[in-house]
Ligand binder design. Structure first.
Ligand SMILES: [Zn+2]
Length: 338
């Protein structure tokens, strides 16, 4: 195995599916799925996924560069590592997905979409996580980082979306997210069909969907804007101390979801609306026949507005700031948007 990304884009299985290096064992499990095991004992089992959306190529390139260094023996491996390139056919096509948005299908939701090629893949990815974490000991720390780029521009260039969970978030996980250069964290208040919700709910993993910039085609990404994330990933994988950013991400929580339920759905935002744009109380955000969505709190921020989703799916999330947390941040980090 020389290059997992090239192998995955070729659409063929590698000639050799496993091997041993001085410091690690690797095993190719399926298209875009590679397991790396350090020869020395470890208590960390980390899943890192990218390309769940096939047009979000920068994180795949970043992750692939790290995996290539591991496979060439240029970097130490300090944790058990499962690498997953989410949607290989969509990566080859340069599209977000072929028929169904893969990141809405996890937790068995794929069963309702069996005519989508993505349904089969969601099941395969769920199985890969299950096998990976089942073989480990109970003391193992489970983390899942799912790397994305956003479709649109954003007031926070890099941010993380945390799945709904009632467990406290581990301190070292939160410190890693800050070291990865995330400016904001968004906390879900309800379960969802995302890959990170699945790993959190089913395997009690500390998981986060990282949005690392704007989506561009392969080869067109300015990888320097992803440097903090890449360095933090390298430190995590090789057990080195984390780079320090000195900044704590601002926190937001989801206060309402805008759902497209019919063909009559209208979103009252311009197509250029940036993520984390603020709207004042009382403003009409969207309407869908009789249903109308208004800003309910004094100030709400929009995330992932997209009127062109399939009926029944999320057309946007509205957020409020976690004021108690953000007030405690340093003055420069706590400056409100707009
Ligand atoms: Zn994405």
């Amino acid at each position: 195995m020389q290059d997992l990304l090239q192998q995955t884009l070729s659409g063929s299985a590698p000639a050799m599916t496993s091997g041993t290096l001085p410091n690690l064992r690797w095993q190719w499990l399926d298209e875009g799925i590679l397991e790396l095991t350090p020869l020395a004992p470890t208590q960390q089992a980390i899943a890192i996924s990218a390309g769940i959306h096939g047009n979000e190529t920068a994180p795949v390139e970043i992750l692939n560069a790290l995996i290539t260094r591991l496979l060439q023996g240029e970097m130490l491996l300090a944790a058990r590592l499962l690498v997953l390139y989410g949607n290989p056919p969509a990566l080859r096509a340069g599209k977000r997905y072929l028929r169904c948005d893969l990141n809405r299908l996890f937790g068995g939701r794929w069963q309702q979409f069996e005519n989508c090629p993505e349904a089969q893949r969601a099941l395969r990815l769920e199985q890969a996580l299950e096998t990976f974490w089942q073989v480990g000991t109970h003391q193992e720390t489970r983390w899942h980082l799912d790397l994305h780029t956003a479709i649109r521009g954003s007031y926070h260039t890099r941010f993380g979306v945390m799945p709904f969970s009632q467990r406290p978030w581990p301190d070292d996980f939160m410190q890693w997210l800050a070291a990865a250069g995330l400016e904001a964290l968004v906390f879900h208040r309800a379960p969802g069909g995302t890959f990170t919700h699945y790993s959190s709910e089913h395997f009690q993993a500390a998981s986060c969907t990282l949005e690392l910039g704007k989506a561009l085609p392969f080869g067109h990404n300015d990888l320097t804007q992803f440097q903090a994330a890449q360095q933090a990933l390298a430190a995590l994988i090789s057990g080195e101390p984390l780079p320090s950013t000195g900044k704590t991400p601002r926190r937001y929580r989801v206060t309402q979801q805008i759902t497209r339920n019919s063909e009559r759905f209208q979103l009252h935002m311009s197509p250029e609306t940036l993520n984390f744009t603020a709207f004042p109380q009382g403003m009409l955000l969207a309407e869908d026949g009789e249903t109308r969505y208004f800003v309910q709190q004094a100030r709400e921020y929009v995330l992932f507005p997209n009127p062109n989703v399939a009926p029944g799916l999320r057309a946007g999330l509205m957020l409020v700031e976690d004021n108690a947390h953000n007030a405690a941040l340093s003055v420069d980090a706590a400056e409100p948007l707009q």
